[in-house]
Design a protein around this ligand. Structure first.
Ligand SMILES: [Zn+2]
Length: 476
């Protein structure tokens, strides 16, 4: 035995020594691909693809559901995380353990911790330079894409500075001052005066007209976006947030992939110094808040289709740094097993989360949010049954859950959406797709990067490191 071990050790020593000589011999031909050099490279373009509320469990759920139901690879995990540089970011904000999206994006945009709710302004009241401001200063064109309102916390914190994420009208004014070359998403309400259909502005201004006057092509639906020729684009496809992919009417609202393709087409025109683009899918976060596993699954697929579009661009333009990441986990998502009924808690009476449970999710054809909308303020039991039978085949709402839902009673103090969270528990009991909260959790988030500068993102870092690396890559 000892002899065998020592022979093995000797062989291993020889192999390592031999490999060292081989590496030395290769010398300069190996080092250009090495980590130190990659970190020093400056990308011409930066594309950040951001699935709000997605942490390892959401990414893995995207990968597994894609493989089982779509029969296709999930580009985020199978290409970007697997072939690129992979790191993890801790997410806590200033003064708390669990972050909101404004504080998370502020740290990633500026490199500084801020309080929850603040938009790239530190607790001392100082506005910190955002990623898009640094990009503009470096001569790059800038673009924001989201399924939320374009003035929502994430795109706002990556671009502008404000004391509160809630002051929507002021945020839109700051966008007009910054004039991003491309902005695509929802949120026409705070661009239009209250007298206009869907408008909510109290000062009577028409900010869409102001963008048009500055040379932006304005688009309001999927077909117009596809045909838009300009290098400067403002696309507002909903008065407020855009729809969940599960509910989306493809003739009205474009997909995240469509918006990404349009943004890349516009930004790569007239851009001698390149561009920085942020693409966010906010529905991955909202589905988590709602504990809606079917809506989350479709949102993850829609996001991943956008990653595929960006990867294709990166392959044709290898001087582009492509990053896939997020700000925090939402919902305490916990796929696990469940007892089939309460007759016995023994393992013989368990359903294990497997392919059939994914197929049950696939058969769901309406988001919980749409169910709430259909039911209105005073939900009736009969209408609820009708919607469940039609859109949630194979699911039954247990009596205790039906009572809670119709009485408007929450599951626990950390569940803030009664109807959504109760329906989430219905789905969980029959599939094992459980949730721990309707809020955010402090789970660290992966960051995957491909292209010049990618290796900076390796290892377990802080979300402020992420921001600092980007500013360094912009030379600002
Ligand atoms: Zn959230």
């Amino acid at each position: 035995m000892r002899m065998l071990m020592s022979r093995f050790d000797r062989a291993r020593r020889n192999w390592i020594a031999g490999f060292g000589v081989f590496m030395l011999a290769l010398g300069g031909c190996v080092s250009p691909q090495g980590p130190a050099d990659n970190a020093a490279q400056r990308p011409r373009n930066i594309i950040i693809l951001f699935a709000d509320g997605a942490a390892p469990v959401q990414w893995d759920f995207g990968k597994r559901s894609s493989a089982v139901l779509r029969k296709q690879p999930f580009a985020t995990t199978d290409i970007v995380f697997r072939e690129g540089t992979l790191g993890l970011l801790s997410t806590q904000p200033h003064g708390a353990y669990v972050t909101d999206s404004a504080a998370g994006a502020s740290a990633m945009s500026t490199g500084f911790k801020v309080n929850n709710g603040a938009v790239s302004i530190t607790p001392d009241g100082k506005p910190q330079r955002t990623l898009m401001q640094a990009a503009r200063a470096a001569g790059k064109r800038i673009g924001l894409v989201t399924t939320a309102t374009v003035y929502d916390a994430t795109p706002a914190a990556f671009s502008i500075n404000a004391k509160s994420r809630r002051d929507s009208q002021a945020l839109v004014d700051l966008y007009l001052a910054l004039e991003p070359d491309v902005m695509l998403g929802g949120g026409a309400d705070y661009f239009l005066p209250a007298v206009a259909p869907g408008g909510k502005r109290k000062d009577g201004k028409d900010v869409i007209a102001a963008f048009r006057a500055r040379g932006h092509t304005i688009v309001r639906n999927a077909a117009a976006l596809k045909a838009a020729p300009g290098a400067k684009l403002l696309g507002l496809f909903a008065d407020n947030d855009m729809d969940f992919e599960l509910d989306r009417d493809a003739a009205g609202e474009p997909s995240t992939a469509d918006m990404t393709a349009a943004a890349l087409k516009a930004l790569s025109q007239q851009s001698p110094d390149g561009f920085v683009l942020l693409v966010e899918n906010e529905n991955t976060d909202t589905a988590g808040h709602h504990n809606d596993a079917a809506a989350l699954m479709r949102a993850l697929w829609a996001f991943d289709d956008a990653v595929k579009v960006a990867l294709e661009f990166q392959r044709r333009n290898p001087d582009t740094l492509l990053i896939v990441t997020s700000d925090h986990e939402t919902g305490g998502f916990s796929p696990t097993y469940a007892a089939k009924d309460l007759s016995s808690l023994s393992s013989a009476n368990r359903l294990y989360n497997a392919d059939e449970q994914l197929r049950m999710l696939e058969r769901i054809s309406m988001s919980f949010d749409r169910v709430k909308e259909k039911l209105g303020k005073n939900p009736s039991g009969a209408m609820l049954e009708e919607l469940l039978a039609k859109h949630f085949p194979g699911f039954t709402l247990d009596n205790d859950l039906r009572e809670r839902l119709l009485a408007g009673k929450t599951l626990e103090r950390n569940f803030s959406y009664v109807l959504h969270n109760v329906l989430g528990r219905m789905v969980a009991r029959q599939t094992g797709f459980y949730w721990g909260t309707s809020g955010h959790t402090p789970e660290p988030v992966p960051v995957g990067a491909i292209g010049p500068g990618a290796t900076l993102f390796h290892g377990y870092q802080d979300n402020t490191d992420f921001g600092r690396h980007l500013h360094r890559l912009l030379g600002r």
